[in-house]
Every structure is written in structure tokens, then in C-alpha cells.
Design a protein around this ligand. Sequence first.
Ligand code: AMP
Length: 188
Amino acid sequence: MNIILLGPPGAGKGTQARILVDSRNMVQLSTGDMLREAKSTGSEMGKKVAEVMAGGGLVTDDIVIGLIREKLACAAGNGFIFDGFPRTESQANALDKLLEKFNTSISAMIALEVSDEILINRLLERGKGSGRADDSNRKIIENRINEYYTKTAILKTYYQRKNCYYGVDGVGGIEEITSRIVDVMSKL
Ligand code: AMP
């Protein structure tokens, strides 16, 4: 089973993906984590993406698709959870083609629905603990949310056309939200 967790920044994709990794032996593929790792190693690519990430914009499709391609080739487990990827229609197209090569496909896109006000508060709170610069500044957070609505939210239609889009209320306790996600997965 391969799942995409969709949702604006702060919706809880990473938290829920990690729970599914632990409980179901799935493999989490987070492009945000991969990009932060590239940034921290100071590689050429890391330097290139650092500025974009700092402003809350989207990194170019070719870079993130390349990262996903690399990880898919060497990952093993009980299905993938894509967290923060795809974020554009061309990333979604590329993902379909990549999965085809492995004779598999997306089973469901599960979208965590959370209001903007809650997102901003959650991210500002997370920023205090994580030290992530893009979680600590309201303007950058607003830009990330704006990028989501202008470039990523259209993916709802993309996966609805494939009959595999499921919206889930992303407000509540962590366990409560996990059980809503597991509920969807159990019906697939
Ligand atoms: P995240 O940890 O998913 O919130 O991602 C942090 C930042 O990494 C985003 O604000 C983007 O700058 C970049 N990023 C992560 N995933 C993608 C993606 N699929 N496409 C483009 N940029 C991405």
C-alpha cells in the first residue's frame, strides 16, 4: 500500500507518517527531511535549495524528483508514505511514472484538513522547539501556506480523478487523527 499524506505545512503529515512507520513498517519518504539533510551537508545542491527553503518557496521539481527517485530505488518495507511530496502536478506525474517502474501505484491520497489559524499557531509552537527558521517567522509561514494553496492544493483534483482521494479532519488529538487515517486505509 502506498499512501500520500497531503496537507498544508503544520497539518501533521510528518507526525502521522512516523506513527505509520512504527506501527506498519511502512517507509516514510519526506522531501522536506531530504532537503534539510542536503542543506546540512553543505553540498552544491544543498546550497542551491537553502535560500528557497528559507523564504518558504518550493524547490524546483527536478531536484525533488531526483531525490525521490534515488530513495525509491533503495527503500524496502511495507509500502511507502509520501510526506510533503508531490507538491505540484508535474511531481505527481513523475511519481506515477516512477512507481510504474516498480510495478506499483498510489493506493490513496489522504489529506489532513486544518484551518489556517490553527496551522500558523502549530508552526510557531513547533518553531520554538525545533529551531527551524521557516517555522519561526509568521511571514515565511504565510508564504508556505500560500504556496500550498496556489501550487499543491490542485492535487486534490488529480487524485480525485483517479478515485483515490480521501479527506480527513486533521484537528484533534494525535491518536484520534491516526485512527481516522487507519480507518481510510482499512477500507482500501
Ligand atoms: P516540509 O518539511 O515538507 O514542510 O518542507 C520544508 C520546505 O522544503 C518547503 O517549504 C519547501 O521549500 C521544501 N520542499 C519540501 N518538499 C518539497 C517538494 N515536494 N517540492 C518543492 N519543495 C519542497
